[in-house]
Ligand binder design. Structure first.
Ligand code: ADP
Length: 223
């Protein structure tokens, strides 16, 4: 599972990790945006909160994530969890969902707030597949996703006001998870600054050290 402030590069790194380890990428933010787009009831309930940078209720999130984690691909291969849990209550509900198994590792991507603010303001995203771009590294064709041809836009909730609110909620609700997972002996802190490739190399090294035995074989089935 990957933690980190908004704009710390969680989404980008989780997509890369899911390709690297060939496991599903389970992102609560992507699932919510898909529900909004398909005008599912859950999406309509969540949309106003998301646009304001508020958190969606723990129950709604965990019902959605729980359904995804029960699917066979996830049970078979393990998963990279992105954007959830974001509160202690969600972390406790996740523990119950996974029992008798547990998370293998929680990565916290550390990026100072001033860098995060700069990254969020420059962030652009594909509305179809969720690939992230930025003003300084846009898709090859303006406004068109390199991966799927979808439309590349600035997210509705990447306004200055909503970003400020998300960071405030991060400090209040999500930062306490660092202590929660440190106590559970699951936390690894990784420097999230610099180029995405360099960050991915750091994260993969940490995961491999934790999850592979001395012969490079997985210690368990999950990643
Ligand atoms: P970011 O990391 O930029 O905040 P996400 O894509 O992870 O973006 O989430 C977008 C929005 O979706 C959040 O601001 C919040 O409203 C909602 N959301 C996503 N995951 C959760 C969660 N685990 N708990 C509550 N709300 C969530």
């Amino acid at each position: 599972m990957v933690l980190g402030k908004q704009g710390a590069g969680k989404g980008t790194q989780c997509v890369r990790l899911s390709h690297h380890y060939v496991v599903p990428h389970v992102s609560s933010g992507d699932m919510l945006r898909a529900a909004v787009k398909s005008r599912a009831e859950l999406g309509l309930r969540a949309q106003v909160l998301m646009d304001q940078g508020e958190l969606v209720s723990d129950e709604l999130i965990m019902e959605m994530v729980g359904q995804r984690l029960a699917q066979p691909d996830v049970r078979l291969r393990g998963f990279v969890l992105d954007g959830c849990p974001r509160t202690i209550t969600q972390a406790e509900m996740l523990d119950e969902l996974l029992a008798p198994e547990t998370l293998d590792l929680v990565i916290d991507l550390e990026v100072p707030t001033h860098l995060v603010l700069r990254r969020l303001a420059a962030r652009r995203v594909c509305v179809d597949c969720g690939t992230n771009y930025s003003v300084s590294s846009p898709p090859a064709l303006k406004g068109i996703c390199d991966v799927c041809g979808g439309e590349v836009v600035q997210r509705e909730d990447d306004t200055e006001e909503a970003i400020g609110r998300r960071l405030e909620l991060y400090e209040r609700q999500t930062a306490p998870l660092l202590h929660f997972y440190r106590r559970a002996n699951l936390l690894a802190i990784v420097n999230g600054t610099g180029a995405a490739d360099a960050v991915t190399r750091r994260v993969v090294r940490v995961i491999d050290e934790h999850l592979m035995d001395d012969r490079g074989r997985p210690r368990s089935e999950r990643a």
